[in-house]
Design a protein around this ligand. Structure first.
Ligand SMILES: Cc1ncc(COP(=O)(O)O)c(C=O)c1O
Length: 381
């Protein structure tokens, strides 16, 4: 079992930061890597050509290791939105076919599909939330050969409920639908096995659970799409681009794997070292141990808030790390959230739920503080 990693972060002891789903705090080593990267840009005569390539490939490998993918299939993107845009540009949709999404899905994984459906004569199919939070069942019930694209998360960003993507992936393969995953709210924090799920595209931004920088993410591209159309006509992702003296020997031959999909200036000298430092830590901890650690805390929160009248989805349906807690009937979420804020308990309000999202820097003391405030507020204190 992983122990609390709070010492690696700059977190005040009187702050219960239970909000990784909003933004992960940077570990000190990630801050240092970013600072060194910024400083290096002040001395460009020391920047080697290799620095445009080698760290990027190291990041691909680390990310692939965390998500059970092959490093060749990983592209560098600046956001989840960018990754979904690549997917939308490369998947075909027949007229009348459906694009399946969840009710209240995060907008990065919705707007590109709405536009694609409107442009290409398709239709959106929004899966309604079941009372028991079982998204897997809800998706499988609607997944038939009228569906062309299935665009999902692994854990719903507002209620924290899980999707069994291995089962959904198998169902997509047998019905002929493409599968696109936004893993921003779970990759790193719990296991995701790309090889087993076999998505067409899967993206995650690094600034939440990966404890990395803002404005960076990674996109997995399945082998069947690696000769696809990038959003940009990049130059650094072409054959021979390591030789800067010959860049005007123009070529249409792209670099191998998913590199053609890399965003321009993907070598980002400040953010890339941060992403690497963060993923080195995440890899040492492992997503399996991180999720077990988070689950110990979320289980405790569920048990101790049940007696206060709060409700949560059952184990197995709720995710280990991201908990959407429903307050008792009639309790307004806004004032309660304000009270939590005053007590230095950080979490998010999403819809009518309190979203609690612990990571490796949280401990029982943080949970004690949360329970104490909820207990005072809900017992009328
Ligand atoms: C599920 C999910 N995807 C993506 C993002 C971020 O999207 P982007 O990188 O496009 O800004 C968020 C942010 O809250 C999110 O919750």
């Amino acid at each position: 079992m992983l122990t609390c990693q709070r010492d690696l972060f700059d977190l005040p002891r009187d702050r219960a930061y239970l909000n990784a789903a909003f933004m992960g705090p940077l570990p000190a080593s990630v801050v240092a890597a970013g600072q060194a990267g910024v400083a290096a840009k002040a001395r460009p005569w020391e920047v080697k050509i290799d620095a445009f390539f080698d760290p990027v490939d190291k990041a691909r490998s680390l990310y692939a290791g965390l998500t059970g993918a092959d490093a060749e299939g990983i592209a560098v993107v600046p956001s989840a939105s960018y990754g979904i845009a690549v997917a939308a540009a490369n998947l075909t949709l027949e007229r009348g076919q459906r694009i399946l999404v969840l009710e209240e899905q995060f907008p990065s994984n919705l707007y590109p599909w709405r536009k694609k459906a409107a442009r290409e004569g398709g239709e959106m199919l929004t899966i309604a939330r079941r009372a028991d939070g079982n998204w897997t069942r809800a998706v499988l019930e609607q997944l038939d050969n009228r569906v062309g694209i299935v665009a999902l998360p692994q854990a719903h960003w507002s209620d924290g409920c899980l999707l069994d993507l291995e089962r959904i992936g198998a169902a997509c393969r047998s019905s002929g639908a493409a599968l696109v995953i936004d893993g921003t709210q779970s990759f790193g924090a719990m296991p995701f096995d790309t090889a087993k799920v076999d998505p067409d595209f899967a993206v995650a931004a690094t600034y939440k659970w990966m404890l990395g920088p803002y404005s960076m993410g990674f996109l997995y591209v399945a082998p069947r799409h690696r000769d696809g159309q990038p959003l940009e006509e990049g130059w650094i992702c072409r054959e021979g681009s390591r030789d800067f003296s010959r860049l005007v020997d123009y070529t249409d031959v792209m670099d191998t794997g998913a590199r053609r999909f890399d965003v321009g200036e993907r070598s980002n000298f400040a953010l890339m070292p941060m992403a690497i430092a963060a993923m080195e830590l995440m890899s040492a901890w492992t997503p399996t141990a991180i999720s077990a650690y988070g689950e110990h805390l979320t289980d405790r929160i569920v048990t101790e808030t049940e007696v206060l009248g709060c409700t949560a989805p059952v184990k197995g349906i709720r995710s280990p790390h991201l908990l959407g807690l429903r307050l008792p009937e009639g309790v307004a979420v806004g004032p309660l959230a304000a009270r939590l804020g005053e007590a230095k308990v950080s979490l998010s309000v999403r819809g009518s739920r309190l979203r609690v999202s612990p990571h490796v820097y949280n401990d029982d003391e943080d949970v004690d503080r949360l329970i104490e405030v909820l207990s005072d507020a809900l017992k009328g204190g």
